[in-house]
Design a protein around this ligand. Structure first.
Ligand code: NAD
Length: 269
């Protein structure tokens, strides 16, 4: 099966690192023009490096700085992308952070930062994307769907996570956001899905894999017995964004080496 996203424009939020970089490279390799979003001046070099890897491999795209938790900046990003490329076909709502703390010690700032980026950021980007999909309508030279949104959620949309209440709450909420949008805009042929990664090797969870002891302990949670790579998520994102997935909407798809089978029950619980 050959998958092509040619003629399609994809915004990937938080594409300067980790899973977002993997998705951006995979979408570009499939022919999409990719907007490599990053949040601040600190991440500009990383974002430019991602774009260079994309263009060196024959792909196309631009770098765009925007904090997804800022309504003004998100609206500006969509306006700029639409004015440069005509429209947007695919939104990958990926940007996310962790601010971990024992619950009774969690500050309001830690709570708000995670909710603002992980949840409100996905709301703001999805809203602008859907407005643009509806304005453009279906153009079958691009895709049989009017538009595609992929939320990057987590296994923690179903696995509670002590010490990470803000993060788990943001991911649980993404499930309902995703399903509600799939329901509300299904008749408009807008497809909305979530990818729920398990343990993927990126900077966000470095302390879970950077020493042999940590990696051993992590593998006790992963029946498939390897850590995931950003391209494991990128491969699914390409398929989900393509017309091969045209009947998939409202789904949370877990890419987790069977983590959500709850390995601790493998010896009888
Ligand atoms: P990462 O830290 O490598 O990348 C996060 C990206 O988000 C970075 O590019 C960062 O600059 C960007 N970002 C942060 N705040 C932003 C903002 N305000 N505006 C725009 N961009 C912003 O982490 P990652 O592991 O690649 O995480 C990506 C997504 O995958 C997150 O939503 C995370 O919750 C989710 N996830 C990761 C794992 C994992 O094991 N790595 C597992 C499940 C879910």
């Amino acid at each position: 099966m050959e998958i092509s996203l040619k003629n399609q424009v994809a915004i990937v939020t938080g594409a300067s690192s980790g899973i977002g970089t993997g998705i951006a490279k995979s979408l570009a390799a499939a022919g999409a023009t990719v907007i490599v979003n990053h949040s601040s001046e600190h991440s500009a070099d990383e974002a430019n490096e991602v774009l260079k890897e994309i263009t060196d491999a024959g792909g196309t795209g631009i770098v765009y700085q925007c904090d997804v938790s800022s309504e003004e900046q998100v609206v500006g990003m969509f306006q700029e992308v639409i004015s440069q490329f005509g429209t947007v076909d695919i939104l990958i709502n990926n940007a996310g952070v962790q601010k971990d703390a024992k619950f009774t010690e969690m500050t309001l700032d830690q709570w708000n930062t995670v909710i603002n980026i992980n949840l409100t950021g996905q709301f703001l980007c999805a809203r602008e994307a859907i407005k643009e999909f509806l304005r453009r309508g279906i153009d079958t030279s691009r895709s049989v769907a009017c538009g595609k949104i992929i939320h990057i959620s987590s296994v923690h949309e179903v696995i509670p996570w002590a010490g990470h209440a803000n993060y788990a709450a943001s991911k649980g909420a993404i499930r309902m956001l995703m399903q509600t949008l799939a329901q509300e805009y299904g008749a408009d042929k807008i497809r909305v899905n979530s990818i729920c990664p398990g343990a993927i090797q990126t900077p966000i969870n470095k302390n879970a894999w950077s020493t042999p002891e940590a990696m051993n302990s992590l593998m006790k949670l992963v029946p498939y017995n390897r850590i995931g790579k950003p391209e494991d998520i990128g491969n699914l994102a390409v398929f989900l964004a393509s017309d091969h997935a045209d009947y998939i909407s409202g789904a949370s798809i877990f890419v987790d080496g069977a983590m959500t089978t709850f390995e601790s029950f493998s010896t009888g619980g």
